[in-house]
Design a protein around this ligand. Structure first.
Ligand code: ADP
Ligand code: MG
Ligand code: ZN
Length: 651
């Protein structure tokens, strides 16, 4: 189908830069940009109106008094009609006995009594009138006199202020581009403070970092003895292993300010901005020293330079160069430590890693069982747990989970409990959360037809059966044909023991297990669906890695033909990193296909010899939709297969 591009083109929402930054505007809020200026204008006019009304009330109050000639007042005094007279500068106000008021002007130099006498008022008559002279230099006097001049000027200033704010909101942003966008965490901010206590597991990493903390706490001790201070610490580890968390914990432990910036934030629209941001950041940190600068995801700027495929790398390189220059420019007494984090240490420019730069390297591993339990405990602190909760079991069931996964697991568990209106989180919630974090949410709306359900059941039963029969595959933990995330069904397996190394035999059984679904579909229905396509991709990739990376092929022998990741790094070491001949390439393909075919044959053998077991697992799945470990093992025993179990059962 032809994509209807024009129709669907969504107008990008107008960025409303002006609104945020004008606290003065009465109309700030959801007024669109054009209306903003107009509304400010209206505000200005309103203010003007209000001020002028007030002014005219103050000043105009006086105008109501009738102004007369001074001789008139003099005559009134002679007639004894005047009660009192107030003199303000050259203005005199006479209050009459009947309560009315009249005002007049006198000459500035002459005194009032003299003037009145000149107009024929006798001193006796004058003595009957109370005369009050008001200080003409009082603030009010000057203010009232100057107001007509000041007011327009004030209004013009206010008007231009509005205008300039308007400009700042949109255009002036250009001037702040070069500034560092670092977030600063103040050591005295208890709410944001993270310490080593908040980081579970990662013992070795913490031990490495204690030294850095020591230095930041008492730098003089190290300087006195002539020790060179570490400049850069690089935290490496899979996503979610707590790199960012640990960096913050170092700052928290050392009680120093923490300047946090992500690699990608250096690089924005304009060339040269990255470098100037780096300068700005280092300047700020030096002022606050001792301090930590933390560049998160440094691989965004720190990739191998010079790869320039397709251009657009200049900015990144300049930024990286500037970081290097700044780090070299540190005086030994500068007391600023640069920390950085990455999950791709393999793509970093070697210049970053040489001594004097990021020469301290700390690797964070995925947590082991104990580590996971500790992380779970940390995140359980604020959650009311039911009595049946056993975090140890959760930790056992979550090999390969990172700290971030575990955090999300605890959160999902709490959400499930809250949704069902319970006040505490139960073990059952966490168990369900494991699958949710691993595979995505259940898709209950995904209703299978009877035929589809049967195919899915046999597919999963095939995986589970092969895994149970082959000696080096991990035992099955749960089977389900409830769709989750992208998967139509799933078979969970759990290793008996967590190991860091995997053997060739394990890989081969793994591949056979992946093909179990394909084999079951084919042997039962004589046809295959698109269901196993992901299984095929994963297992083929594994077979290829066995040949090209791990030297596990008999024909090609112990040789690594491909570097990290199995794929060439675009813009890294060149587009094509294959440095072997066509001949070898053909051999690799042949070996991969041999591994796959062998695995296929073994899976098929399992499914034919244990066809009865396959049928009963599939039937059970169709009936119940998911089978837990115990029921599954009972099914196996009924069909004469010995389930894999831990020899020592812990109580
Ligand atoms: P990374 O930067 O390595 O991708 P983060 O430091 O951002 O990972 O971790 C994400 C979240 O996972 C943290 O905020 C924390 O809640 C949790 N987490 C990760 N590792 C740990 C750990 N060792 N102890 C406690 N929590 C952790
Ligand atoms: Mg991070
Ligand atoms: Zn499958």
């Amino acid at each position: 189908m032809e994509p209807t591009k024009n129709k669907k083109k969504v107008q990008p929402k107008q960025k409303n830069g002006g609104n945020k930054k004008s606290p003065l505007s009465l109309f700030s809020g959801k007024v669109p940009k054009g209306g903003q200026f107009f509304s400010n204008l209206v505000t200005a006019v309103l203010i003007f109106l209000i001020i002028s009304t007030v002014y005219s009330m103050v000043v105009g109050g006086k105008d109501k008094v009738e102004e007369v000639a001074i001789s008139t007042i003099a005559q009134s005094i002679v007639k004894e009609e005047v009660k009192s007279i107030t003199v303000e500068g050259d203005v005199i106000t006479a209050e009459y006995v009947d309560g009315s008021k009249k005002t007049s002007k006198k000459e500035v130099e002459a005194s009032l009594s003299q003037t009145l006498v000149n107009y024929g008022v006798s001193p006796e008559k004058l003595a009957l009138v109370a005369v009050e002279v008001k200080n003409e230099s009082g603030f009010g006097y000057w203010f009232l006199n100057l107001l007509p001049f000041i007011l327009p000027v004030l209004l013009i200033i206010v008007f231009f202020l509005f205008l300039s704010r308007q400009v700042k909101g949109s255009g002036m942003q250009a001037f702040s581009f070069g500034q560092s966008k670092a977030r600063i965490i103040d050591p005295n901010d208890a709410g944001q403070k993270v310490t080593f206590k908040d980081v579970a597991g990662a013992k070795e990493a913490k031990e490495e970092l204690v030294e850095i903390v020591d230095f930041l706490r008492s730098p003089q001790k190290f300087l006195d003895i002539g020790a060179r201070i570490p400049k850069g610490v690089l935290l490496m580890g899979a996503p979610g292993t707590g790199k960012t968390l640990l960096a913050r914990a170092v700052a928290g432990e050392a009680n120093v300010p923490f300047f946090h910036l992500s690699g990608s934030e250096f690089v924005e629209m304009f060339v040269g901005v990255g470098a100037s941001r780096v300068r700005d950041l280092f300047k700020m940190a030096k002022k606050a020293a001792p301090a930590i600068i933390f560049v998160d995801e440094i691989d965004a700027v720190g990739r191998v330079r010079g790869g320039g495929v397709g251009g657009g790398n200049d900015e990144r390189e300049q930024t990286l160069n500037q970081i290097l220059v700044e780090m070299d420019g540190f005086e030994p007494t500068e007391k600023v430590i640069v920390m950085a984090a990455t999950n791709r240490p393999d793509v970093l420019d070697p210049a970053l890693l040489r001594p004097g730069r990021f020469d301290r390297r700390v690797t964070l591993e995925l947590p082991d069982r104990e580590g996971r339990e500790e992380i779970l405990k940390i995140h359980a602190v604020k959650k009311p747990l039911a009595e049946d909760v056993n975090l140890k079991i959760i930790a056992e069931r979550t090999p390969g989970f990172s700290g971030a996964d575990l955090y999300s697991l605890m959160n999902e568990g709490a959400i499930l409990a809250a949704r069902e209106g319970r006040k505490t989180v139960a073990q059952f919630d966490f168990i369900r959360a494991i699958e949710k974090v691993m595979l995505g949410p259940e898709r209950k709306s995904h209703i299978l037809s009877k035929e589809e359900k049967k195919v899915t059941a046999y597919h999963e039963a095939g995986h589970a059966l092969v895994a149970s029969v082959l000696p080096h595959a991990d035992p099955v933990h749960k089977i389900s044909i409830i769709a989750r995330g992208h998967a139509g069904g799933y078979t969970l397996k759990l290793p008996l023991e967590e190991t860091r190394l995997q053997s060739k035999k394990e890989f081969l059984d793994d591949i056979a297990m992946s093909l179990g679904g394909y084999v079951a579909e084919e042997s039962v229905f004589g046809d295959v669906t698109t269901g196993p396509s992901n299984d095929l991709q994963v297992s083929t990739a594994l077979a290829r890695d066995m040949v090209t990376k791990y030297g596990m092929s008999d024909k090609l022998g112990p040789i690594a033909l491909e570097g990290n990741g199995g794929r060439a790094l675009f813009g890294g070491r060149g587009v094509d990193s294959r440095d072997y001949s066509e001949d070898v390439s053909a051999k690799i393909d042949a070996e991969v296909s041999k591994i796959m075919n062998d695995a296929f044959a073994r899976a098929r053998e399992v499914c034919t010899t244990h066809r009865k077991a396959l049928d009963s697992i599939a039937d059970e799945l169709i009936a119940k939709e998911s089978i837990e470990r115990e029921d599954f093992e009972n099914l196996l025993i009924l069909n004469g297969i010995k389930p894999k179990r831990k020899e020592v059962v812990e109580k």
